[in-house]
Design a protein around this ligand. Structure first.
Ligand code: FAD
Ligand code: SIN
Length: 533
């Protein structure tokens, strides 16, 4: 057994993921418990570090919680759980206070926090750090975790599966989670990390799609692991496409923040020169919710045979643009685009996974011993379409909720049993890495083409057939060869794709992000799509 193969637990709680949700939970847990945080690749490799726009919170005297609740539920097309929406929104100001205490340097107008605006928000309520909020938040949380003697951070660990009662030396009924098996990416060993409580905070599944703003590791690992262990997942068909991702041959997944439209940016059809949102949503124009704007861009691109549309904020003046969007300006300048004097070519791209592992308000999953928070979950907040900048907020509120519940119930959680070591005796090294690459590309391509912004039953069935074939191949491969991060990710990506397609086929209506030509109407009653393993 190597040092990291912890059958005798040295930690009280294991947190999978070092983004906003995972580190928020870890910091709260560490007030009393010893916490191990595991992350795939680098500790800053999740989506959190890439967030641009900011964090939504009611901080202005003219704004109210009720306004924020209403905006969230309008964007979510009524599929939201009102109790969850209120739970998160009422805790937003306290979350911002805590981030200020951790030293996040939010922009200010004199003393007050500067609030920007994004699509779907009826008021200015987005706190931000220029146009690179995520990096500031990720750095502050990581600094605090690194300084905390009760937290151990281990990057380079790809978690493979949850350890459950199935993995006990003396097998009993499956169900309770006792930690994770994780691949040490450096030495190739599979480690047991055993603890009384586990918090899943492994982010979304954006990389199921060919074009996505999400980082490389967003392969739905957490959702797939929880599903395999027996947890329900919900609303996986609700994949959010951000309207404005940079269109560029060199840079494939660079986001142009919604705050550009919030601060007056306009969308034009480059062929007609027309401001086309006037045809799709004349009242809200560029500030309509994301699903509306993304579908409008998609329709213009298809109707006119375009490669991209134009996003223009040059009318705001060079000083304004440079001071509000320094990161984007610098990036675009490096690519030969001057956003202060010319429009930016943009296309929609997958951006956020609204569905995920079902959790309650205490962040409990269906599985005893497993809590979950952040983008890998379906908490009821987002419904059929996430309102801009509500996602980081959900990470803080549910990360904290998970920690509070674990601390409260700590004495009832019980000591972990003896757990079997990972069995690698029946597998060999793969000499066919090309299989992984080929399958990975194929999944992302057919998900983009068949399960994208506008869907049909026929296309979804095509995707389901491809998934069934690939599943057999990938499971055979997984059972025969030594695990690598690429193989773990491929298996999870395929599992997540299957859950998305199954959910999309189950929804016989169009609502929010799920738009199908076969069922264009919206049902009177909003119902979650819940898949049971
Ligand atoms: P992440 O930050 O994605 O972290 C996931 C963690 O899990 C990582 O540490 C990863 O390494 C780890 N992990 C994954 N799989 C495994 C595994 N198998 N084993 C071990 N570890 C694993 N939201 C907003 O509210 N405001 C914004 O302005 C905003 N801008 C965005 C801009 C971009 C470009 C993107 C992509 C997203 C943006 N979002 C924004 C969404 C938001 O950033 C994410 O939803 C949020 O950061 C998710 O946080 P998380 O903690 O759930 O997951
Ligand atoms: C953005 O800055 O446009 C992203 C905001 C979000 O995803 O909430």
């Amino acid at each position: 057994m190597n040092d990291a193969d912890m059958n005798n637990p040295a930690y009280d709680v294991i947190v999978v993921g070092s983004g906003a949700a995972g580190l928020t939970a870890a910091l709260e847990l560490a007030t009393r418990l010893k916490v191990l945080v595991l992350a795939k690749g680098s500790l800053t490799g999740g989506s959190t570090a890439w967030a641009q726009g900011g964090i939504a919170a009611v901080l202005d005297a003219g704004d109210t919680f009720e306004n924020h609740v209403r905006d969230t539920m309008v964007a979510g097309a009524g599929l939201n759980d009102r109790e969850a929406v209120e739970f998160v929104i009422e805790r937003a100001p306290a979350s911002i206070d805590r981030l200020c205490e951790l030293g996040v340097p939010f922009n200010r107008d004199d003393k007050d926090l500067h609030l920007t605006r994004e699509g779907g928000h009826s008021h200015r309520r987005i706190v931000h750090v220029d146009d690179a909020t995520g990096w500031a938040v990720q750095s502050a949380l990581l600094r605090a975790a690194q300084d905390n003697p009760n937290i151990t951070l281990l990057g380079g660990r790809s978690c493979i599966d949850f350890i459950t009662d199935r993995h006990r030396e003396n097998f009993s009924a499956a169900g309770r989670v006792w930690g994770v098996y994780a691949l040490n990416e450096e030495n190739g060993a599979v480690e047991r990390h055993v603890a009384r409580a586990t918090v899943l905070a492994a982010g979304g599944a954006g990389r199921c799609y060919l074009f996505s703003t999400a980082p490389r590791g967003a392969t739905g690992d957490g959702i797939a692991m929880a599903w395999r262990a027996g947890a329900r997942v919900s609303n996986m068909e609700m994949m959010q496409f951000h309207p404005t991702c940079l269109y560029n041959f060199e840079v494939k997944n660079f986001l142009i923040t919604e705050a550009v439209r919030g601060e007056g940016g306009r969308l034009y059809n480059p062929q007609t020169g027309k401001r086309f949102m006037a045809y799709y949503d004349p009242d809200r124009m560029e500030l309509a919710p994301r699903d509306v704007v993304a579908r409008a861009i998609d329709a213009e691109i298809k109707r006119f045979g375009l490669d991209f549309v134009h996003l223009d904020i040059s009318h705001a003046g060079a000083d304004f643009v440079r001071s509000h969007f320094p990161t984007i300006d610098e990036k675009l300048t490096g690519l030969g685009i001057d956003m202060t004097s010319e429009p930016i070519p943009v296309v929609p791209a997958q951006h956020y996974t609204c569905g995920g592992v079902v959790v309650d308000l205490a962040a409990r999953t269906d599985l005893p011993g497993l809590w979950a928070a952040g983008e890998c979950t379906e908490s009821g907040l987002h419904g059929a379409n996430r309102l801009a900048s509500n996602s980081l907020l959900e990470c803080f509120v549910f990360g904290e909720a998970a920690a509070s519940d674990i601390l409260e119930r700590w004495d009832t959680l019980g000591e972990p049993p003896a757990i079997k070591a990972w069995d690698a005796t029946r597998v060999t090294d793969s000499d066919e890495m090309v299989v992984i690459k080929q399958n990975w590309t194929e999944i992302r391509r057919f998900m983009w083409n068949y399960v994208g912004i506008v869907r049909t039953t026929k296309r979804l069935e095509r995707a389901a057939n491809r998934i069934a074939l690939l599943k057999q191949e990938v499971e055979d491969y997984y059972g025969s060869f030594v695990v690598t991060t690429d193989l773990i990710e491929l298996r999870n990506l395929l599992q997540a794709a299957e859950l998305i397609v199954r959910s999309a086929l189950e929804r016989k209506e169009s609502r929010g992000l799920h738009y199908t030509l076969d069922y264009p109407e919206t049902d009177e009653e909003a119902r979650d799509t819940v898949l049971v393993p």
